[in-house]
Design a protein around this ligand. Structure first.
Ligand code: PLP
Length: 558
């Protein structure tokens, strides 16, 4: 049967994500996964893609970070009030948890693009009448609690989400699972379609974000039996999700017709990790309009009108005069430095080469790589001053991540008379926006191949900030040495021992700073501005979520 365009548009893609970052005041995100989900939804609205979002209300947020003088992290609840931004819906569904009914309601958030596109996002909430006090907390804390709490959340998201969309009368053509947290939705679909696996596979799209085996959610069948119960016969479940434990990634892989990684290299890795599966790659992007600072927006509006809804236009950055690029950067840099000086009293200045590093503080991101050789760092600084701004939260149960922050504080103290370095608290979307537009160079030092994509460097590029990064994730595709930025260490295709790789990384890191980056910044501003323009014209024009969503539409949704 041939469907008219109208009926196709009535059918929705339902995008499921444990976290979605739509704005700084809606505390339902912890990091890159949530920001990607938010940018996906914003681009869908701009592009008129018939899509809806489903996530949890997480009314007590992820957490607000406080840091002691020694850099010890203290976590506070970070509540927000859905009724400030959203409309409560009367619809209610039930899910079964530990054999009892748990009531689920939803808040409706509406995104309206200037293009006329509209996307609805449903925030599922168990804090409703009829639930026990304990069940009311299921949707309180993003990534909080223990394994049992996580399973309950995933039941509400996956099973509750499917039931809610059905209750609301939505006609869903595809269910897109953003990471394995929502894989239970496929079990609900199996039940709904009389255990017809092919039919369910045709309905499901799965995006994996985790390049290591240990990173995938896995639950023992004992705890699944206790909390979820036998929603489909266990022998079938084990065939789909693993014999020993229920692997949520494997479950999604087996029940999706379209599966993708989030950068080319990550696609390759995922195929090695899961041999026999067809795994595609759609490289992540960011929502250009959200992540471009005011001064560059003004510049793009003047020279490249329409850029926000057609970021490919940024390829024509050469039409913007160098002085205006530099002036726009000075403006955003001043805003960042003023902020830093206000919250820390460190006395940074506008003319010093400023390096930025903000990431979730977790071991593989190697926040402390900069401090591997303090003598070399001092030498760089004597060649031409540098100042460095850090930020990032560690997950409350990530002890090594928290240690890493304390170590950075230790180094900052040690170097305090020589190099100006600060660690800002409570990295969130607002702080991210300031940092990625206000520094001169954006650092990225993950341990390959653990950064599936990474997106903050794409944000930096949109603001003419130059990337200096380990070759992992998206940077393998964005990097052209001395043109779009600089690489730290060897290409991930080179087979080297860990020690050799690390030595090459440190050599590149300090040598490129001392002999290439510092001299160019202070002595050859024209070359610097050329690279800023290349960041815009050769990176931002491509690494945006409009390009990404067009690919999802063509390859995965339709
Ligand atoms: C963009 C963003 C991230 C993701 O950055 P990566 O480079 O992928 O680590 C994380 N947290 C916040 C608040 C962001 O804005």
């Amino acid at each position: 049967m041939i469907k008219s365009k109208e009926s196709l548009m009535k059918q929705k893609v339902a995008y499921f994500s444990m976290e979605i970052a739509l704005s700084n005041n809606i505390h339902t995100y912890s990091g890159g996964l949530g920001v990607l989900a938010g940018d996906t939804i914003k681009s869908s609205a701009d592009l008129n893609i018939p899509l809806v979002g489903a996530t949890l209300a997480s009314k007590k947020g992820y957490f607000r970070q406080e840091l002691t003088r020694e850099g010890r992290q203290i976590e506070h609840q970070d509540p927000w009030n859905p009724s400030d931004f959203m409309q409560p819906l009367p619809a209610e569904v039930k899910v079964q948890i530990q054999g009892r009914d748990v009531h689920v309601k939803a808040w409706l958030y509406t995104i309206e693009s200037q293009t006329g596109g509209v996307v609805h996002v449903y925030f599922l909430d168990t804090d409703v009448e009829g639930n026990s006090p304990e069940d009311r907390e299921i949707t309180s804390f993003l990534y909080g609690g223990d394994e049992g709490y996580r399973i309950k959340q995933e039941i509400v998201l996956g099973i509750g989400g499917v039931r809610m969309l059905e209750k609301l009368g939505l006609d869903v053509r595809k269910y897109h699972m953003n990471e394995g947290h929502s894989s239970f939705l496929a079990l609900e679909l199996l039940k709904k379609h009389e255990m017809n696996i092919d039919k369910v596979r045709n309905l499901c799209v799965f995006t994996t974000h985790t390049p290591v085996e240990a990173g995938h959610d896995k639950f023992s069948y004992g705890i699944i039996q206790e909390i979820l119960g036998e929603v489909i016969p266990f022998d079938i479940l084990k065939n789909l999700g693993g014999q020993d434990r229920l692997n949520m990634t494997l479950l999604a892989l087996n029940l999706s017709n379209y599966v993708n990684g989030v950068a080319k290299r990550h696609g390759d890795f995922s195929r090695e990790m899961f041999p026999g599966y067809e795994i595609h790659a759609i490289t992540n992007g960011i929502h250009s309009c959200t992540w471009t600072c005011a001064s560059f927006k003004k510049l793009y509006d003047k020279y490249l009108p329409g850029w926000a809804h057609e970021p490919d236009l940024l390829v024509r950055v050469e039409t913007i005069p160098d002085e205006e690029i530099w002036q726009a950067h000075r403006e955003s840099k001043k805003m960042l430095i003023d902020y830093v000086n206000k919250v820390t009293n460190i006395g940074m200045d506008y003319d010093t080469l400023t390096l930025g590093f903000a990431r979730r503080a977790t071991e593989y991101k190697r926040t402390n790589l900069l401090f591997s050789d303090l003598e070399k760092l001092k030498r760089v600084n004597s060649r031409g001053n540098v100042q460095v701004i850090f930020a990032g939260k560690a997950h409350p149960r990530d002890e090594s991540g928290k240690k890493m922050i304390e170590q950075v504080f230790g180094y900052i103290e040690k170097l305090k008379n020589e190099v100006k370095i600060v660690y800002l608290t409570n990295y969130d979307m607002n702080l991210a926006a300031k940092l990625v537009s206000g520094v001169d160079v954006w650092l990225n030092t993950p341990l390959p191949p653990l950064e599936a994509s990474g997106t903050s460097g794409m944000k930096a590029a949109h603001n003419g900030v130059i990337n200096f990064s380990v070759l992992d994730g998206w940077w393998i595709e964005g990097w052209i040495e001395n043109i779009t930025g600089w690489a730290i260490g060897p290409h991930s295709d080179e087979h080297l021992s860990m020690t050799e790789r690390h030595m090459r990384e440190l050599d590149d890191f300090y040598n490129k700073l001392e002999y290439i980056i510092v001299p160019m910044f202070y002595k050859r501003k024209d070359e610097w501005i050329k690279m800023m323009k290349n960041s815009i014209g050769k990176i931002a024009y491509h690494f945006n979520s409009h390009r990404m969503m067009r690919r999802y539409v063509i390859e995965a949704y339709f």
